[in-house]
Ligand binder design. Structure first.
Ligand SMILES: [Zn+2]
Length: 449
């Protein structure tokens, strides 16, 4: 972000006017001693070598002076809603403000806003979300766009336009998503199914998603999963479900039915792609035997299942009458049960999640308290849940904290060149307090100005 200023004031100068880098010089790296400086060389968008920094080495063209800042793998939104972002900020929807702050109001308010969605505001708000995300260090995201009888294909069309527009700055995966029932409500969900079937055949749609818990009963919830998983298999798309978004202990979760349905569908034998399950707040009521069963059932069939915790939304939207709140215990799921999991922002600036911004590290930082994970290793795991693990969960190529040769040159450089002693030197410092000033590099190219 201070790139322009750094170019204007030697010795911070860097010959990176084209944005294409051959080297990021004099940086701290996550898994190296914080007192050491390194040069990370880049070729064909990948790390070609990592060498100790030597002041005497002549600077080659395309070198970005890292000025002793921390260079780390870039960030990823494993789950973000592109079409309903910034509704609380956009003057077009200023009449729609939160009065109660519950789930029913969020559905109603967002429904009203959706009825007024147009290409102009969808593109404007979506662009804002992607731009802000890039300034925070994001190089990949799974963007949800809703498909239903009201919005028809408006959100999807805008999402596909933005995917194309940002192709060289950020990987934007498009998930065509049925927030409304596929088998309940008006006309038994038939219009939504028709639109989703058409969306599944469109080039550029990477993922298909639905929301089984909005169906009117459990039979229809199962029907929803059966239908959308069949569609994903037929069209060779990834699958992403908003699942078990409630906390009541006496209400049974659908997760084991979902796994059974995927087995019936012979997901693994048919080379089914990745399956991602979001929210799943009900699982925080699981006992040890439930977790063991979950782990076992996923392992037995080698199902490519991953989970995404969405804690800011969960904390704001979900509570029992006894004021019990909960979110997926993502750290425990990874460490104790070896499950694939990440955390994500979910919503920005709407009635489902009015607080927070487009910074995935805001969620990782919340995780320190939420999962009581304050150690260096704990912080590195939290960082991974918005970086390499988030990318893995959406099937995007990853760069590890080891930052080794051959990995994609997808980085975030923390702080500005003039940060002095306050500059962050390690991942744990970043997770405690990431700071606002960053530069983002995707496939060896600066994507921030
Ligand atoms: Zn969501």
């Amino acid at each position: 972000m201070n790139h322009a200023r750094s170019r204007a004031s030697p010795p911070q100068s860097s010959d990176v006017s084209s944005g294409h880098l051959t080297k990021v010089a004099a940086v701290r790296l996550p898994h190296k001693p914080p007192s050491t400086l390194w040069d990370v060389s880049v070729a064909d968008g990948r790390i070609s070598s990592v060498d100790p920094h030597d002041e005497r080495t002549p600077r080659q063209p395309g070198t970005l002076n890292g000025t002793e800042r921390l260079l780390a793998p870039s960030l990823c939104h494993a789950h973000i809603h592109l079409d309903k972002c910034f509704l609380l900020q956009d003057p077009k929807f200023s009449d729609l403000q939160i009065e109660k702050g519950d789930f029913a109001e969020a559905m109603e308010m967002t429904g009203k806003a959706k009825s007024r969605f147009e290409e102009e505001d969808l593109l404007r708000r979506g662009r804002q979300l992607i731009e802000e995300s890039i300034t925070h260090g994001v190089t990949a995201m799974r963007a949800f766009v809703e498909v239903d009888a009201g919005v028809q294909n408006k959100c999807l069309d805008a999402g596909l336009t933005l995917k194309e527009e940002y192709a060289d700055r950020c990987e934007v995966q498009i998930c065509a998503f049925a927030q409304l029932p596929l088998f309940s409500g008006e006309h038994g969900g038939e219009p939504v199914r028709q639109l989703m079937s058409a969306a599944a055949g469109r080039e550029g749609v990477d993922v298909l998603g639905s929301t089984p818990y909005v169906e009117q009963d459990e039979d229809r919830s199962r029907e929803d999963v059966r239908w959308i998983s069949g569609l994903a298999l037929d069209h060779e798309k990834r699958l992403d479900l908003h699942l078990d978004y409630f906390l009541e202990e006496d209400k049974q979760p659908l997760i084991f039915d979902v796994l059974d349905i995927l087995k019936e569908r012979e997901w693994t034998q048919r080379n089914g792609k990745q399956i991602t399950l979001g929210h799943c707040t009900r699982l925080c009521r699981f006992q040890e035997e439930d977790w063991q069963r979950l782990k076992r059932e996923i392992e037995i069939c080698s199902l490519p299942v991953a989970f995404v915790g969405l804690p800011t939304s969960d904390l704001f939207m979900m509570r029992t009458p006894e004021m019990v709140r909960g979110t997926l215990p993502v750290v425990e799921m990874i460490e104790k049960y070896g499950l694939e999991a990440a955390i994500a922002v979910n919503n920005v600036g709407n009635a489902f999640t009015p607080h927070g911004n487009c910074d995935p590290l805001g969620i990782a930082s919340l995780g320190v308290g939420l999962y009581q994970t304050g150690t260096r290793l704990g912080a590195e795991l939290l960082y991974a849940t918005v970086s390499s693990r988030a990318k893995a969960v959406i099937g995007s190529e990853t760069t590890s904290l080891d930052m080794t040769s051959g990995e994609p040159a997808d980085f975030v450089l923390f702080d500005g060149p003039d940060a002095g002693w306050r500059r962050r030197k390690s991942i744990v410092e970043v997770v405690y307090d990431a700071g606002a000033t960053r530069q983002t590099i995707r496939r060896g190219r600066l994507t921030t100005s």
